[in-house]
Design a binder for this molecule. Structure first.
Ligand code: ADP
Ligand code: MG
Length: 626
């Protein structure tokens, strides 16, 4: 070979940074680099196995699918060889010179952050190959593509550059030769390698040979019968398939023969990686057909909102030679997806029944995905209703109840399910909206997340009962007369007369102008003088809050129409009736302030500057009167 055939190239800038992070900050759990390289080898073998069914390649077709690991304790080298698809020269340059994720802006910051927190997160980032440099002085990659084109050798010391040159005499697949750093010589011993493989790579679906001896038992655990599998094996498999270190929170293993032949093993992890600042998760479930991997991290086999699941779905009914592209609109895939999703929802509902505390742990971590499902996935929306959990006026703080529990407790004559959103339980309980619920002893759900109103709005009804936000204008509670009801009616004393009420309402409407659609007398209020209610059936105050937050002030035009409902028994309201004749300006300020207070209790924005100057005017007036 001539010198001219050796090309030296720069790593892409992002790759250099990744290398830097990998080499400098990931010292602790170095073992994982072995796992990463074995998993790459296994991926390459899976790809070849699938491809050989679709394309029937001829080159090196007889070479068995396996991974060989060899080490030299004297020269301090480690070699990992696979007979997978291999790489062409172009593939070498893109796969081992650039980073696929670099397009997503925060990738590097997130990686650096994750590396500090937990080294196991790097697997999730797909920097797998580069982890070799944790232990390597130099890495050589000799590879030849399945298409039989010329073989190449890639080499780098993890600095700024790598070189590529032709390499003769290679079989199909990839050989990675690592020259170990002085403080990493242990990876050149059989003992250490066997230890790491039993720990991390037992479930690699191809023989893994160390110095010629197979060290794993190749088996597709999901095709075995449940009774034969131990909990340890289930957990080990979860760690393998999910690149995880923890134990799964839930596991569902089920098989069916009809209407579809399915073997499925699904896991719910302990952690929600999206809330750990890692951005949007990739799906974690692989699609197999008769133990052959068809689609890794499949986008199609489960709905998007189930992307937190890890595991395997295997169906013999799928054609083995199906291409990845055609999965998207394949009728059978859609049918599988429906059956499995329904089964998983049923599983969660059963688990919730068996152990509600554990389910609550699930709900706190992954409830957001269930909510996403309700708002985005029409197909399963109705089924998901039974998985929702909320705080409630009838439950203690911190406890959560299901819609089923609510329905079971509904009063006679009540045919709607009520909820109200607020920033906290206390804010809700001191606000005006729950007063009449308390009075009538009607249960009301507290939705503490802003997104909850979108969720319930999308759901529309549950068990044939409409879901209704308590800040709606047209709210009608069942006529349930309790003793408390009678008493408080007496306590409140005289209401204003009908004519006075009408006069007061038109005065307030005149003061508030377009900010409200109408000012009306309310029979819902007990202690509060007034409250904001929403006229547009679909819009609740919390939804408006989200839209304001997204669109800023300019979005106020999108605000829903509101009414101000006033309490004709409130002493303050009675006072305004008199004041508007004697001290008109003072009465106007009070009216404005009542409106702003009601807006704040609805969680909506007010002009704080105006409000402060107004309240000083009011205070001065009162101080002057004393
Ligand atoms: P990931 O495995 O998440 O894609 P890696 O950094 O581990 O990321 O590997 C980068 C890419 O390099 C892989 O996607 C694959 O295309 C290629 N690659 C790595 N190892 C091998 C191998 N043994 N055989 C074939 N291709 C490989
Ligand atoms: Mg990898």
């Amino acid at each position: 070979m001539t010198e001219a055939q050796v090309e030296t190239k720069q790593f892409q800038a992002e790759t250099r940074k990744v290398l830097d992070i990998v080499i400098n900050s990931l010292y602790t759990e170095r073992d994982i680099f072995v796992r990463e390289l074995i998993s790459n080898a296994a991926d390459a073998l899976e790809k070849y196995r699938h491809l050989s069914l679709v394309e029937k390649p001829e080159f090196d077709a007889h070479v068995p699918l396996e991974i060989s690991i060899d080490c030299d304790d004297k020269k301090h080298t480690l070699t990992i060889t696979d007979t997978g698809i291999g790489m062409t020269k172009e593939e070498l340059e893109t796969n081992l010179g650039t980073i696929a994720h670099s397009g997503s802006g925060h990738f590097l910051e997130e990686l650096a952050e994750a590396a500090k927190k937990d080294v196991n997160l790097i697997g999730q980032f797909g920097v797998g190959f580069y982890s070799a440099f944790m232990a390597a002085k130099t890495v050589r990659v000799q590879t030849r593509s399945w298409d039989g084109s010329e073989g190449y050798e890639w080499e780098s010391d993890g600095g700024g550059t790598y070189s590529i040159k032709p390499c003769e005499g290679l079989h199909r697949g990839t050989k990675i030769i690592i020259e170990l750093k002085d403080d990493a010589h242990e990876y050149g011993t059989k003992f250490t390698l066997e230890r790491i493989i039993t720990q991390y790579s037992t479930f690699v679906p191809f023989p893994v040979k160390v110095e010629g001896k197979t060290v794993n038992t190749v088996q597709a655990i999901w095709t075995r019968s449940k009774s034969e599998i131990t909990e340890e094996e289930y957990t080990e498999f979860y760690k393998f398939i999910g690149n995880a270190v923890d134990e799964p929170l839930y596991k569902l293993h089920f098989s069916a023969d009809a209407p579809l032949a399915i073997n499925t093993l699904l896991y719910v992890p302990q952690e929600n990686f999206e809330t750990l600042g890692m951005g949007r998760m990739q799906p974690g479930v692989n699609l197999y057909c008769q133990k052959v991997l068809i689609d890794q991290h499949s986008e199609n086999i489960l709905p998007e909102w189930l992307r937190f699941l890890k595991g395997v779905i295997d169906s013999e009914d799928l054609p083995l030679n199906i291409s990845r592209q055609s999965l998207q609109d394949n009728a059978l895939v859609m049918k599988l997806r429906r059956v499995i999703t329904k089964r998983f929802i049923k599983f969660l509902a059963e688990e919730a029944g068996k152990d509600s505390e554990k389910y609550l742990q699930f709900w706190k971590t992954f409830g957001i995905f269930i909510k996403e499902g309700v708002t985005s996935d029409f197909e399963f929306q109705k089924d998901l209703g039974k998985l929702l959990r909320f705080e409630s006026s009838a439950a203690e703080a911190g406890q959560m109840i299901s819609l089923d529990e609510y329905v079971d407790r509904m009063k006679e004559g009540q045919d709607e399910i009520y909820y109200i959103n607020g920033p906290s339980r206390t804010a809700i309980e001191y606000g005006p909206y729950v007063e009449m619920f308390k009075k009538r002893e009607v249960e009301i759900l507290y939705t503490l997340e802003p997104i909850d109103d979108f969720v319930l709005n999308h759901l529309g009804e549950y068990d044939g009962k409409k879901l209704v936000s308590a800040d709606r204008a047209d709210l009608r509670l069942p006529e349930v007369k309790t003793d408390a009801d009678m008493e408080s009616a007496e306590e409140q004393g005289e209401k204003l007369e009908a004519a006075q009420i009408e006069e007061l309402c038109s005065f307030l409407k005149e003061v508030l102008g377009d900010r409200v659609k109408e000012v009306k007398s309310s029979d819902r209020l007990v202690d509060s003088p007034a409250m904001i209610v929403n006229v547009d059936g679909y819009m609740t105050s919390s939804m408006e809050r989200i839209m304001q937050a997204q669109g800023g002030e300019g979005n106020l035009a999108m605000a829903g129409k509101k009414d101000l409902e006033i309490n004709p028994a409130s002493p303050l309201m009675k006072k305004i009736v008199g004041l508007k004749e004697t001290k008109a300006d003072f009465a106007r300020d009070i009216a404005e302030q009542v409106f702003d207070n009601a807006m704040i209790q609805a969680g909506l924005l007010v002009d704080s500057q105006q409000m402060v100057s107004r309240s000083y005017r009011i205070l001065e007036q009162i101080a002057g009167d004393e």
